[in-house]
Design a protein around this ligand. Structure first.
Ligand code: PLP
Length: 440
């Protein structure tokens, strides 16, 4: 993995080392965090903008304001050159051709485009899609709309207890009328990495297009779209230390995938996605890609080291903890844990002032519903309600992890002391009716 991460960018696409001003900003930011702010362990929700990204964007937010589609003057030419360079930087990160990259507003739009666009284009010949039960809502909702409004059939594949799809089940689900398989790369809730390369080989052999939602993996893990045989890939800027409001979709040229555009207008992005390109955001996304490429090996090592640190401290001191999702086939920056015998919302609230984390049992509606991803991997409702997701990343410090773990251990012990659920848990363990689980 690390060897692939070391793929070097040509000098022209590299982002200059951090400027002194950016270094000062970064230092001030982390000092402020240490002094006042809660630790930020919610990197799946969004990542802080890398100071080098901000550096690249700043000129385009101040003096440089040209429209990249203005063809008749230097303001436009400059903006076009910069956005095309950004396209090349993003293409280089995933081993694509720049002509295969289309800027969008983010992964939600890219996912909508992939699912609905393919369906609209191939709808007269095919009308079946395969996806999984643990995809992001925007994929599931797009599939649902096709079912309800266009009469498409959708197979929602279950996943195993480890969160992974079963390749045999997937293969059996492919039919002559299957237009698209859509399986995410890294899951946003539990961090498991689906075997996209194997799925790609299978889809290629069966002549079916493969889309992968890579919002949580691009810029974090080495990705080679050619090697993975992926035909469509969704990318999000703000999950990879870039700005919010920008993303991209990769659409392969060989084999050529045709889509019907979801947004019509001036025909920008070769007709695939009309609308004036937001040059500063595109440039920020390009810079984020270039930084990710040069930092990837370090980032991966850093995140795995923090994961081990968390694991060591928590598993030593807290019994009855479960890690949700496969223990090794995962992105280590995502740590989703269930704490038997505590009420998840109480735990979340008691940590809120010291740590920004996310509830694994996120509210998906007005009522507190346990996460559909945790339900899909067989976590019972009670335990799903006790789950928290900790997100580690490039800028997470050891100090943040230590502070969070200390607070977490203290609060779990306090809540367990008061909890009838914990008493029941211990009785069940003592009577042998239940096996002790600990994060292994
Ligand atoms: N897909 C996954 C897996 C995500 O985690 C997210 C963000 O939460 C999205 C799609 C949507 O991304 P964006 O915020 O860029 O629209």
């Amino acid at each position: 993995m690390l060897a692939a991460a070391a793929r070097r960018l040509p000098r022209r696409l590299q982002v200059p080392a951090q400027t002194a001003a950016a270094a000062v900003r970064a230092k001030a930011w982390s000092a402020a965090l240490e002094r006042h702010g809660p630790a930020y362990l919610d990197m799946q929700a969004t990542t802080p903008t890398d100071p080098r990204v901000l550096d690249a964007m700043m000129p385009w937010l101040q003096g440089k304001f040209g429209n990249p589609h203005s063809k008749s003057h230097v303001y436009g030419w400059d903006a076009e050159e910069a956005t095309e360079r950004a396209r090349e930087q993003l293409a280089a990160l995933i081993n694509a051709d720049p002509r295969e990259i289309f800027f969008t507003s983010g992964a939600t739009e890219s996912n909508n485009m992939a699912v609905k666009g393919v369906a609209d284009f191939y709808g007269t010949k095919k009308n079946h899609i395969i996806t999984t039960q643990t995809e992001h809502k925007c994929v599931l909702a797009s599939c649902r709309r096709l079912e309800v409004e266009k009469g498409w059939e959708v197979t929602y594949l279950p996943v195993g207890q480890d969160g992974l799809v079963d390749l045999k089940e997937l293969e059996a689900a492919i039919r002559p009328d299957t237009a698209l398989v859509s399986v995410m790369h890294v899951n946003n809730e539990i961090g498991v990495v689906q075997p996209v390369e194997e799925i790609g080989a299978m889809c290629k052999a069966r002549g079916v297009f493969l889309h992968t939602d890579a919002a949580q993996s691009v810029g974090k893990m080495p990705i080679d779209v050619k090697k993975m045989n992926v035909n469509l890939m969704s990318i999000s800027g703000h999950k990879m230390y870039g700005p919010k409001g920008i993303g991209a979709i990769y659409i392969s040229r060989k084999p050529r995938v045709r889509l019907r555009a979801v947004i019509d207008g001036g025909g920008q992005e070769r007709g695939m996605r009309s609308g004036t390109l937001p040059a500063p955001l595109c440039i920020g996304l390009g810079a984020a890609a270039a930084v990710a490429q040069s930092e990837m090996a370090n980032d991966l090592r850093h995140v795995e080291r923090l994961y081990r640190r968390m694991h060591g401290k928590i598993s030593e001191r807290l019994p009855s903890i479960t890690l949700n999702g496969h223990s090794t086939q995962r992105y280590f920056g995502n740590v989703n844990l269930s704490f038997a015998g505590v009420e998840g919302e109480s735990l979340l609230m008691s940590l809120a002032h010291s740590t920004a984390v996310s509830s694994g049992s996120a509210c998906t509606s007005a009522s507190l519903e346990p996460s559909y991803v945790l339900r899909a991997i067989g976590v019972n409702e009670e335990l799903a309600h006790t789950s928290l997701r900790f997100g580690l990343g490039r800028f997470t410090t050891e100090e943040e992890v230590d502070r969070t773990v200390d607070d977490l251990i203290r609060e779990v012990e306090r809540l367990r002391d008061m909890s009838p659920l914990w008493e029941l848990e211990q009785e069940a363990l003592a009577s042998g009716h239940k096996q002790a689980v600990t994060w292994s």
